[in-house]
Ligand binder design. Structure first.
Ligand SMILES: C[S@@+](CC[C@H](N)C(=O)[O-])C[C@H]1O[C@@H](n2cnc3c(N)ncnc32)[C@H](O)[C@@H]1O
Length: 224
């Protein structure tokens, strides 16, 4: 069974292909740099040296209809709107018919509600949205490395919007609660903290939808 954990960060459960592209994950594969990082503490996270390196904005290296499950937590929002749509189309392409996709992202609605209800001040909103490379705690070296070690949010979602986008790709979709899933070992991959104030959408590549997409692609290629 082929299961992808796209944008895994430091969460790399076994039985999953854990995919990321962060500098820390590259460094973890190079013992000398790994040692330098330990001394200078440039990157805080302990990266696994077994992460499958791939930039998720690019074409996926997996065959059409070859993947059983795609899981992606708190990663889609790090891609721009267009990059995100490309990412979801690639997920669709590589999933087998009846394959399942589960996307978890921070809920824009929760952040806006906190602001309108006075729980967060105006000058905290951008921090909550996580749209900047800057952090007041950073030293000079980290400030210089920020574009390589930080992944600010480039797009935000709420439940209706994400349901619509994932459905438009061709998936049969539903909004889910944390750990409520068709994925058998969801408890191995999902982290409780990531399900709080989050949008959770699960989709299935149904054979009917696969057929529809094929028709759409064929009629489109006739036009171009
Ligand atoms: C906020 S972390 C989420 C980590 C983990 N999935 C979780 O929920 O705790 C986002 C991850 O997406 C990765 N990421 C962002 N853009 C990426 C890209 N273009 N290609 C691959 N990984 C990317 C980052 O390196 C980071 O590890």
């Amino acid at each position: 069974m082929l299961k992808l954990n796209l944008g895994c960060g430091s969460h790399t459960p076994s039985g999953w292909v854990n995919v990321d592209y962060a500098l820390g994950a590259w460094i973890a594969k190079l013992p000398v740099f790994s040692l330098i990082n330990k001394i200078f503490k440039i990157i805080n996270i302990d990266w696994s040296d077994e992460i499958f390196m791939h930039d998720l904005r690019k074409k996926f290296p997996w065959e059409d209809n070859s993947v059983d499950v795609v899981y992606s937590s708190h990663t889609l929002e790090h891609l721009s709107r267009t990059e995100g749509q490309h990412f979801l189309r690639e997920c669709y392409r590589v999933l087998k018919p009846n394959g399942v996709i589960r996307i978890v992202v921070p809920d824009l609605n929760a952040i806006i509600n906190k602001y309108t209800q006075g729980a967060i001040a105006a000058d905290e909103v951008l921090e909550q949205l996580y749209v900047s490379y800057e952090s007041p705690k950073d030293g000079v070296l980290k400030q210089k490395l920020a574009p390589f070690i930080r992944f600010p949010h480039k797009c935000m979602y709420d439940t209706p919007t994400l349901l619509q986008i994932v459905s438009d790709i061709g998936f049969e979709v539903a909004s889910k609660q944390g750990f409520e899933s068709e994925i058998e070992d969801v408890r191995a991959i999902e982290q409780l903290s990531r399900t709080i104030e989050a949008v959770i959408v699960e989709g299935k590549k149904t054979p009917a939808n696969t057929y529809k997409l094929k028709e759409f692609t064929q009629s489109n290629s006739l036009v171009s």
